[in-house]
Design a protein around this ligand. Structure first.
Ligand SMILES: [Zn+2]
Length: 297
């Protein structure tokens, strides 16, 4: 059968561009680039980003500062550099001013060129952080963006706040030639996926894997192996992908977390004609973990 396994780096990773953190505090460089006609900017509103429909498919909707006809203000967030050109994301106050469609990254991510998906993922995660961290967590004063949009500073107590990324483990559990997949009530009909959950404060990744799998399925694990990771900016997760082997197959499902879970033999899961489940999105590390295991059969 057709295998569409895409090895890491996964979609939404920072590939093909330099995040160029060295420039985030360089005010002279930033000021020059915000007015440089060659500088490129993607416009946003809410968490939606501009997309350009080209003949070869959708692209990130980057405009030049020359196209915009005005320089970028201090609120534009610096994303990185490609071939000496600086890239920013800037928020539109009025979506009616958009000259390109503004869409949710989820609807186009898998078909964008990888560097564009990575930049848009970075943009979406930073925009979400700015809109949800407008006040200082220590003293409650309104904070101001700094470091080209990669930090916020409190003008009252001086505390710096940095963008959040929430680590989550995602695990393909196997027992012999069977894989454990589950479905949450919020999944599309028929879709089953690998089990996942957020890492808690004070936990190692391995402990989070053991705890999540036991809580959700009642399964104890034997071996745990890290595979690869994926930024998942919906809104601010980092998915850490693992493979684990189960000590037994008897399920005790936590119905608050999962609607259902089941063991599926590899030859059934790998055959769309026979498989009782739909697999997760092609841009997800869940899909990669499953396809990677199927390809070993
Ligand atoms: Zn403060």
């Amino acid at each position: 059968m057709l295998r569409r396994l895409k090895p890491p780096p996964h979609v939404y990773s920072s590939v093909g561009f330099d995040r160029a953190a060295i420039y985030r505090k360089d005010l002279a460089w930033l000021t020059q680039r915000r007015s440089d006609h060659a500088t490129r900017v993607i416009l946003s509103h809410g968490l939606n980003l501009a997309v350009l429909e080209a003949e070869d498919g959708p692209h990130a909707g980057f405009l030049t500062v020359a196209d915009l006809g005005q320089e970028l203000d201090d609120n534009a967030v610096f994303l990185g550099v490609i071939d000496g050109v600086a890239y920013f994301v800037a928020e539109l106050d009025d979506p009616a001013k958009a000259t390109l469609p503004l869409v949710d990254l989820r609807s186009v991510g898998p078909v964008l060129p990888p560097h564009e998906a990575g930049m848009m993922a970075s943009a979406r995660a930073l925009l979400h952080w700015h809109t949800t961290h407008r006040f200082c967590g220590s003293c409650g004063t309104a904070t101001l963006p700094t470091d080209a949009g990669h930090a916020r500073r409190c003008p009252n107590c001086g505390r710096d706040h940095f963008p959040r990324t929430d680590p989550a483990v995602i695990v393909l559990v196997t027992h012999g030639d069977q894989a454990l997949l589950g479905r949450s009530a919020r999944f599309p009909p028929g879709m089953y996926s690998t089990l996942a959950g957020f890492v808690e404060p004070g936990e190692s990744l391995e402990q989070a894997v053991e705890r999540e799998i036991f809580e959700e399925s009642g399964i104890r694990l034997e071996q745990i192996q890290y595979r690869s990771s994926q930024p998942w900016p919906f809104p601010q997760s980092l998915m850490l992908g693992f493979r684990a082997t189960a000590a037994s197959t008897e399920l005790k499902i936590d119905l608050d977390e999962l609607e259902d879970a089941l063991w599926i033999p590899r030859e059934v899961l790998g055959d769309p004609e026979r498989s009782p489940v739909l697999l997760p999105r092609e841009d997800s590390i869940a899909r990669f973990l499953i396809e990677e295991w199927l390809a070993e059969g």
